[in-house]
Structure formats: structure tokens, C-alpha cells
Design a protein around this ligand. Structure first.
Ligand code: HEM
Length: 432
């Protein structure tokens, strides 16, 4: 007798939906409520669909869901809202999929290799020392948030791209016009922020092209990109390359500034955490931190990113039906991976900041502040280096104190940042 073994096909569940029709109320809630996604996950499960204005979005979270998502990378492509797509440009690796995406990741990834990071370390350390001097010498309280923003921009613009001060100044002005319209209505009527941003983009790309033409080994890391090939093995054109550099400015600035500002805010608001951290920070050789282990600092940075993720989520679009944790997501759906913290049901301490949870084995959620799969953040190693150097270099030399009566709540868009600018007084720290 012949026995036929049938493959075990689990019937996939239909995609749960909030039932939103116009999406207006959902959009208002999305921008007004940091717990937007978490509340709906509680009601509908780890995969649900809703509508934000005219865009249908599938929100997802959870270990199994993420594992399933990353395992089906070939059935997905990158996705950004139309305004971001146009402002980043069609050549940008953020707007590419498949081999074209992979080829450009390989080229741009050379800027973040271990050798490249060692090259950047002295210049990043010098920026931290400059800031420490400025804070110690300040006669009045200083806002830390603008300092962190200036630092994060200088690292990409000067250390990585090798711009000199005048190029950087001009670039920064256009960059601010450009970023303001990234999440705006993409209609280029003259005078609108979007039209101004498209003009700014032209100037930015023109300036970046000049920088690429002048690249030398003494300035920045752009010489590391020579020999960059596209998916057909043909050298990347300058038009292509500068769109990748524009992406780096966008991807690496706001995110890193946010994580640095939120880290400083967390330490200022929780002096017991700073005290727990300080012995480890003071023990580090400055600035050569390569291969140094800093478990308390790493745990603190991760805990701050858990509670205030610099990026609220990332997107993919389905090319065909995929199954996520047993739920069928049809083709042509935009998926948003929500990175907002899961604070549990109130019966545990997940709403509290407690870095030790990452060292004592009590925390079991998977955190993805840098995304995952084939599109995981390309600048992760650089961001981690910047944060380490800033935390160690600044706190070894400077004692910071919060000035009273300021707004320490966080604005959420585009990335979390203390509304009052984090006003501090500073004094030199004398190592005992
Ligand atoms: C704390 C700082 C940062 C955070 C939290 C962060 C987070 C992220 C996230 C969540 C993504 C999306 C990943 C995905 O779609 O799976 C991403 C992508 C990306 N990030 Fe970062 N990022 C940071 C800093 C940087 C820096 C410093 C750079 C470079 C200068 C950078 C360059 C990029 C690029 C190029 C991509 C697109 C990758 C692709 O589409 O293949 N990021 N980042």
C-alpha cells in the first residue's frame, strides 16, 4: 500500500483591520499618541491593518513576526512615503531593491568598515573635546540638544564626507530646508516647503558633486569609495554616488542627534544611573576605545533606545502574499515595523529605565532600533562609535547638572528630543 504524506499547510488567518475608512482619526491619533501602535496591537494582535489618510498600512511587531519578515526578504521591497522618495531621489539605495540595492550597500558600506571607523576616531574625539571645552568655559547655562545636533552633523559632513567649514555651512542651510519637507505633501507648487526642498536638493547634489570631484585621502572617507560598481559591474556615476551621500546625511544626522540627546537626558534625570556608569567610563583610555568592553554603557544606551527609539519604525512593501506569524498579508501592502516600546501590561517594570535588565538576563524581548534583515542600518557601527566617544569623552571631563524649571518632555517627530533643549550647567570633572 502506498501512503501519501501531505505537507502540513496551516491555513493563514485573514489580516485583522481597525476598520478605518477615511483614516483621519487614525492619523490624528498616530501623531498625537506615542502608544498608538501598542494600543492597537493589544486589540488586534501582532499584525493589523489600518489607514493613515490615503495610505493603507500594516503594522507589525513580535519575535515570530519579525523572524518571518526577515526570512521572506525576497518577497519584499523597500518603501518610503512619496515625499521622502522624491527628495531622496530615484538612484538612492533607499529607493532601490534587489541587486541594485545590494550593489550600492556594498559601495557605501566601505565608509563604515572597521578600518574606516579607526580613521574617523581622532576627528570625532576632537569634536567631543571641543564641546567639552566649550561647556566648561560657558558663562551661562547651555542647551545640550543643539550641541548634539551640531556634533552629529559635523561627524557626517566633516569626518565622513570631508567637507570644509564653508562647504558645511552652505550645505547645512540647504539641508535644513530639505529635511523640513521630507514628510510633507509632495506637491511642488512654487513657494510650498516641498518645492523649496526640491530646489535645495538640486543645490545639495551640486555641492556634493564638487566635493566628490575634489576628494583626497587627507579629507574624510570618500576616497574609500573609489572603485564603486553598480549591479552590472559598471562604475557608479557621480549622479548616482551623490544621491547615496545625501541619504547618509539624512539617515545619520537626526537619528544620532536624538539618541545622544535622549542619553544625556536619561543620565541627567537619573543621577543614580550616571553614578553606576561613571566608574566604567572613567576607566576607559581616551580616545582609543577599540576592543574595549563597556557593558554598562552599552546596556544604558540600549535601554535609552528601548524607551525612546530614535526611529519610530521602518517600512517594506509586499511583492506577493506573505505570512507573518500565521497572518496572510496580501501583495502590494505597505508594512510598518513599529519600534515603539512594549511596556507590558503594567504588572512589570518595563516602563521604568533600568539598564541592568540588559545584563541580568531578565529582559527577553528582541530590540531592533537599527532595523534588520537585508536593509539593516548601514551606519550602525558609526552611530555606536559616536555615542561611545561622546559619552566617555564628555563625562570623563565634564560634570553636568540640569537647570531647574525647563520642559524635559520629549517631542516625538521627527525623532525624540527634549522640548526645552536640555539646558545644563557644566563644570570640569576632576578625576580622583
Ligand atoms: C542611533 C542612530 C541610528 C539609528 C537608531 C538608525 C536606525 C536605522 C533604521 C531603523 C533603519 C531602517 C532599517 C531597515 O529598514 O531595516 C536605518 C537605515 C539606514 N541607516 Fe541608520 N540609524 C542610525 C544612524 C545612522 C548613521 C550614523 C548612518 C550613516 C551615516 C545611517 C545610515 C543608514 C542607511 C544608509 C540606511 C538605509 C539602509 C538600506 O536601506 O539598505 N544610520 N537606520
Amino acid at each position: 500500500m502506498v501512503t501519501f504524506v501531505l505537507p502540513c499547510v496551516m491555513a493563514a488567518k485573514t489580516l485583522p483591520s481597525t476598520g478605518a475608512v477615511t483614516g483621519i482619526k487614525e492619523t490624528l491619533d498616530f501623531f498625537g499618541d506615542p502608544q498608538f501602535a501598542q494600543k492597537r496591537f493589544k486589540a488586534h494582535g501582532d499584525v493589523f491593518e489600518t489607514r493613515l489618510l490615503n495610505q493603507r498600512l500594516v503594522f507589525i511587531r513580535g519575535e515570530q513576526t519579525m523572524a518571518d519578515l526577515f526570512a521572506q526578504g525576497d518577497a519584499l521591497e523597500g518603501w518610503w512615503p512619496e515625499s521622502v522618495r522624491q527628495l531622496l531621489g530615484s538612484r538612492s539605495l533607499a529607493n532601490r531593491s534587489g541587486d541594485g540595492h545590494k550593489a550600492r550597500r556594498r559601495v557605501v558600506g566601505q565608509l563604515f568598515s572597521a578600518a574606516a571607523l579607526s580613521r574617523y576616531t581622532p576627528s570625532i574625539a576632537a569634536l567631543v573635546e571641543e564641546l567639552a571645552d566649550e561647556l566648561i568655559q560657558a558663562k551661562a547655562p547651555v542647551q545640550l540638544v543643539p550641541c548634539m545636533r551640531r556634533f552629529a552633523f559635523a561627524v557626517i559632513a566633516t569626518t565622513v564626507l570631508g567637507l570644509d567649514a564653508s562647504d558645511r555651512q552652505a550645505l547645512f542651510a540647504d539641508f535644513e530646508i530639505w529635511t523640513r519637507a521630507l514628510f510633507s505633501i509632495p506637491v511642488a507648487i512654487p513657494g510650498t516647503p516641498f518645492a523649496k526642498a526640491l530646489e535645495a536638493k538640486k543645490r545639495l547634489l551640486g555641492r556634493l558633486k564638487q566635493v566628490v570631484a575634489q576628494t583626497s585621502a587627507e579629507r574624510g572617507g570618500l576616497d574609500l569609495l573609489s572603485g564603486g560598481l553598480d549591479e552590472a559591474g559598471i562604475p557608479l556615476t557621480d549622479d548616482d554616488l551623490v544621491e547615496q551621500l545625501l541619504l547618509l546625511l539624512f539617515a545619520g544626522y537626526e537619528t544620532t542627534a536624538s539618541s545622544l540627546s535622549c542619553l544625556m537626558r536619561a543620565l541627567l534625570l537619573n543621577p543614580e544611573i550616571e553614578q553606576w556608569l561613571l566608574p566604567e567610563l572613567l576607566d576607559q583610555p581616551w580616545p582609543n576605545l577599540e576592543s574595549r568592553s563597556c557593558p554598562r554603557l552599552d546596556a544604558t544606551v540600549l535601554e535609552v533606545m528601548r524607551l525612546t527609539p530614535p526611529v519610530g519604525g521602518f517600512f517594506r512593501r509586499t511583492k506577493q502574499t506573505i505570512q507573518l506569524a500565521g497572518v496572510a498579508v496580501p501583495p502590494d501592502r505597505v508594512i510598518q515595523v513599529a519600534l515603539a516600546p512594549d511596556l507590558g501590561d503594567g504588572s512589570c517594570d518595563l516602563a521604568e529605565i533600568r539598564p541592568e535588565r540588559h545584563l541580568d538576563g531578565s529582559f527577553t524581548q528582541t530590540l531592533l532600533p537599527f532595523g534588520g534583515g537585508g536593509r539593516v542600518c548601514l551606519g550602525k557601527a558609526l552611530a555606536e562609535l559616536e555615542i561611545r566617544l561622546m559619552a566617555i569623552g564628555l563625562l570623563q571631563r565634564v560634570h553636568l547638572g540640569l537647570t531647574p524649571n525647563q520642559d524635559l518632555t520629549l517631542q516625538q517627530i521627527p525623532s525624540p528630543s527634549p522640548r526645552g533643549g536640555l539646558l545644563v550647567t557644566a563644570s570640569a570633572r576632576h578625576k580622583s
